[in-house]
Design a protein around this ligand. Structure first.
Ligand code: KDG
Length: 337
């Protein structure tokens, strides 16, 4: 009898040690966060994703770990947004333009020629107006952490030089899956075709579309120059990216964990903008050296485009809300004095 009792005690102690050991092992197991993005690892988006991951690991002392997955391997922007809302994925970065179906106020950032420079973009995006638009995401199951920079968008195509408005006639132009971009380029005379970014390279390669519009960095890192002979420097709109967190995931985090993501987000934002601007400054020369024929849109032609797009701006104002629109225009006017 004594032997049985002793073996039972030894067994119980052993299980205790094992579970406490597992418990300790469990304690140090990092919280894994899947972070998806659409461009490739060598892009400005990929480099900033790595900075974010390193910062989260450092600030959390290894307790939180981002697994960054690029090249839309976790899905397109729209698919990842839905995965975050459903709680199937924790984080992503993508275009604000693809969010307008979820939060209409994001269309503010699609306004053609809204910002004249990156100083204006940073001031509005990181100020009360940008905060207000980000906050609208929460009721839809998303938390907008910070804005990164995609950049000023420029036109490329495989058919002809585009130096004036009329040159866009007959160009099959891929646009982001966003009604403002669709209406903008239809108004300018192009045959606008909405496609996810992940399908863009093959659509250009097979000539399913003639052209597209993206910042220099993306044209370079996604090798669009391989299929696009003509580049028009139009700077027709400034595109932000936004780092998103699933609200279902966010609500389960401790205050300390939330602080880690907020701080790391800001560090990644500052790095990303600096890195993107440094690369953009030399990307144009790189694209010329890759054989692209570069045309800088004359100010008079940009003025004609703005004129043509006044109805688009009026529709955006109604869509995002006149208060938000007027506040933005007033703040920009104040900055430009
Ligand atoms: O994941 C890719 C997206 O960030 C996308 O918005 C990039 O500007 C882009 C485009 O043209 O789709």
């Amino acid at each position: 009898m004594k032997m049985i009792r002793r073996s039972l005690i030894v067994g119980a102690v052993g299980i205790g040690l094992l579970t406490s050991g597992l418990a300790q092992a469990q304690d140090i197991k990092p919280r894994l966060i899947r972070f998806g993005y659409g461009l490739n690892e060598q892009s400005n988006q990929g480099r900033a994703a790595k900075v974010l991951a390193d910062e989260v690991e450092k600030l959390s002392g290894g307790k939180m770990k981002l697994r960054t997955v690029g090249a839309a391997a976790l899905g397109s922007d729209v698919q990842m947004q839905q995965a975050l809302i459903g709680g199937a994925q924790e984080m992503m970065v993508g275009s604000t333009a693809t969010l307008v179906g979820i939060t209409k106020e994001m269309a503010l950032w699609d306004t053609p020629f809204l910002f004249n420079n990156t100083q204006e973009a940073d001031a509005i995006l990181d100020g009360p107006i940008g905060d207000k638009v980000r906050a609208k995401l929460e009721e839809k199951g998303l938390v907008g952490l910070v804005y990164w920079e995609n950049g000023f968008r420029n036109l490329t195509n495989s058919k002809k030089t585009v130096a004036k408005l009329e040159d866009l006639n007959g160009i099959k132009l891929r646009v982001m899956q966003n009604p403002v971009f669709l209406d903008t380029f239809k108004s300018l005379g192009a045959n606008a075709v909405p496609l996810p970014f992940s399908e863009l390279f093959s659509a250009l390669e097979t000539r399913a579309v003639d052209g597209q519009e993206n910042p220099f960095n993306t044209i370079l890192s996604s090798r669009f120059y391989e299929t696009q002979k003509y580049l028009t420097v139009s700077n027709h709109v400034y595109s932000p990216w936004i780092v998103l967190v699933s609200k279902k995931f966010w609500d389960g985090l401790s205050k300390d964990e939330k602080d880690v993501l907020i701080k790391a987000g800001k560090t990644s934002r500052d790095f990303e903008r600096k890195d993107t601007r440094a690369e953009a400054a030399k990307a144009l020369e790189d694209l010329k050296s890759k054989g692209m024929e570069v045309t800088v849109l004359r100010a008079t032609e940009a003025g004609r485009m703005r004129e043509k797009l006044t109805t688009i701006n009026a529709a955006i104002a109604v869509n995002v809300g006149m208060d938000l629109w007027s506040e933005t225009q007033a703040e920009l006017a104040r900055m430009r004095k």
